[in-house]
Write a protein that binds this ligand. Sequence first.
Ligand code: GTP
Ligand code: MG
Length: 372
Amino acid sequence: MFSFFKKKKVEKEEPKEELVVKEEIPKESEEKAQESIEETIAEKVEEIAVQEEKIEEVIEEKLEEVQEVIAPQKEPKEEKKGFFSRALEKTFGTIKTVIPTKKEKIAFDDIEEMLIEADMEYEIIEKAMDGLPEEITRKQLRHRLVMLFEHAPEVDLNNLPKPFVRLIIGVNGAGKTTTIAKLANRSKKEGKSVILGAGDTFRAAAIEQLSTWADKLDVPIIKTKQGHDSSAVAYDTISSAIARNIDNVIIDTAGRLQTQKNLNNELIKIVKVCNKAQENAPHQKLMILDGTQGNTAIAQAKAFNEMVGIDGIIVTKLDGTAKGGALFSISNQLELPIFFVGVGEKQDDLIEFSPDNFVDSLLDEIYIEEEK
Ligand SMILES: Nc1nc2c(ncn2[C@@H]2O[C@H](COP(=O)(O)OP(=O)(O)OP(=O)(O)O)[C@@H](O)[C@H]2O)c(=O)[nH]1
Ligand SMILES: [Mg+2]
């Protein structure tokens, strides 16, 4: 105990000695020492600042990396919002040349010009915009544009017959065969069984093309040799679906112009024969329209509609055209629903068409507010 107290006492005396030594330093050298300390501090502060900057850079880099990783997970949400953005990229590009910045209200003339540029028929633009004010809000325009699709009959897709038979019709190269593959792919994803009928017996390559898709999608196909009767293929495909309890039948047909009498008589025959294989088949005669043709496709569709009665439209190649506005005219003029739009050459490049989503995607490009 004693030695402990003794030690303490000695330690306490030490600062006193130090103070004495300090007092002995000449004033000049003290100032120098002070200066060098200050310099060292300044250097250190600078070093720290440089390092802080570097750290910030690294953090920024890392943040960017993390955002890149997170971005794809966010996609479904964005995809839903800009539902048609990808499909209408070119159309939107054209719209932006007329209305380059988003606004809350847009001048009547600008909207009119935008719709003309997007290939909406003038007659329909006039009808849609009749009575709108000089400055148009999103809400006002939305209402008018959505209305253009309202002539199309509602289709009840519940309680579908089994098999549900779709006949695919259209001019040469419209995208019929590719769309059949996309529809078959969709059926499979919905958990429905599907069978394809290679009803385009006009060209050997057409039978091969559909067979290749059937292999790729792993779905059955009924086919015959080139030049054989296409209505027989349609009959066999439906009979096979009935025998095998298959949900969906999709039948391809040769591309034809509305003016080719023989081919058109063949089409009428296919429809009749489908009805013999199964009552009320084909349940949907779907017209495939090439979106790059814009409004010119309407005349074709009208002629086919008179010939066999069309139940709905699929517009293809929207990805490759600035004429997306033609969808308004197509549906309105034909008074038919657009079921799907094609947005590429792959099996997944098919979007279910919704007038609301379509109009909203378009309005998102030109209006600031998301007013509904
Ligand atoms: N970019 C793009 N290309 C498409 C789309 N749909 C079809 N195509 C392409 O258009 C071309 C013609 O498509 P097909 O499916 O063979 O057309 P089709 O109507 O069956 O042609 P025919 O049998 O000759 O009358 C092919 O090169 C397809 O890949 C689409 O939505 N977007
Ligand atoms: Mg084809």
